[in-house]
Structures are given as C-alpha cells and as structure tokens.
Design a binder for this molecule. Structure first.
Ligand code: FMN
Length: 179
C-alpha cells in the first residue's frame, strides 16, 4: 500500500501535521498544487490537509473539481483551523466543504496556530468578520452548548495561540491503515 500526504499551508501548522503524518506512515508529504493530481498514479491512498479560511478548507475545491483523477484511490481529508474539534464545528466544515462527489470522504479536524501580527490586508478583514460572526453566534447559543469554544476562538484570534498537538494525527493514521 502506498500513501502520499498533500497539504496546503499558509503559515506552517498544516505542513507540520502533514509531516507528522508522513513520518508516522513512512511516506512523503508534498505541498499541493493542481498539477500534483497528475502525478498520483503510484499511490493508492491520498491524505489531503488544508488550512481553514473563513470556513473553507483551502485547496479542497480543486480536489472536488478534479475528483476523477483520484478514481479508485482512498482519499482522507484533514482540516487545520482554530475551531476546536467539536461536533458542531465538524458538521459545519462538512456542510460547507464536502459537496458531491466528496460526500463520503472522511474528515479529521486538527487545531492549528494563529499569530495576529502576521495577518495583513484582506486577511485582517476576514478575521474581523469572523470575530463578529462568532460573537453574534455566541449571544444566540444556549448556556452549556458551544459557548466556551466560541469564546476561546475569539481570544485566540485576538491574542494568538498554538494549539498544534501530535495527538490529532492518531485517528488519521488509523484511517489510512484501515483500523
Ligand atoms: C484569513 C484567515 C481566516 C481564517 N478563518 C478561519 C476559520 O474560518 N475557522 C477556523 O477555525 N480558523 C480560521 N483561521 C485560522 C487558521 O485556519 C489557522 O491559523 C491555521 O492554523 C492556519 O494554518 P497554516 O498554519 O497551515 O497556514 C483563519 C486564519 C486566517 C489568517
């Protein structure tokens, strides 16, 4: 069985997870581009990791539109963002990113890093909008539901955070190995 890990990472945390996964599976981790989809003949399993921007898993749309090139292969996706790996976040990511033909593709969520000092221009606007959306969701949620993780996320976006942890790769490794 031969596996490749492809990733799209802007500031390194998705790349870090991709390299951890590749190390564990004894395979290569390679930065993703559309052209890479033409070079996958030798692999029967493709693990794709993309960072989360405004709810979208960056790069996954290219894979969705070129899904035929992955015919017959096992595809596993992981997303790296700041939202915690709770059920609501998982369902939201699935709803936004896993339209046909990706409906049955497994998704794993890993928490990343964020440094507000490194965010410039248009990205600042996205972060501002994100904070507003999270803040207004927070007012609506019932006590005891998702409130804490939403507060945590606003704090992380304002102050910066490193939530990367190797423990998040365990279910991904199990999924590749078919456990
Ligand atoms: C412009 C921008 C938008 C973001 N949007 C989200 C988001 O919608 N949800 C989320 O959980 N994290 C969001 N994040 C946080 C990133 O997903 C997080 O910093 C991730 O670790 C970045 O991965 P990278 O280090 O591989 O580039 C956003 C970050 C930026 C800069």
């Amino acid at each position: 069985m031969s596996t490749i890990v492809l990733f799209t990472s802007k500031r390194g945390s998705t790349e870090k997870y991709a390299k951890w996964i590749a190390e564990e599976l004894n395979c290569e981790a390679v930065a993703f581009s559309k052209d890479k989809l033409k070079e996958l003949n030798d692999y029967d399993t493709v693990v794709y990791g993309g960072w989360v921007r405004g709810g979208g898993i960056v790069g996954l749309d290219i894979i969705r539109k070129n899904f035929k090139k992955l015919e017959g292969k096992k595809l596993i996706v992981f997303a790296v963002g700041l939202s915690l790996d709770n059920k609501d976040n998982y369902l939201q990511l699935r709803e936004l990113n896993f339209k046909s033909p990706l409906n049955l593709v497994p998704l794993y969520v890993c928490t990343g890093t964020f440094d507000p000092e490194k965010v410039k221009g248009g990205e600042k606007l996205i972060i501002g909008v994100l904070k507003k959306i999270i803040g207004s969701n927070n007012k609506d949620v019932k006590k005891g539901s998702n409130c804490n993780s939403e507060n945590d996320m606003i704090k992380s976006l304002s102050e910066g955070v490193d939530l990367t942890d190797r423990k998040y790769i365990t279910p991904i490794i199990d999924a590749v190995k078919g456990n």
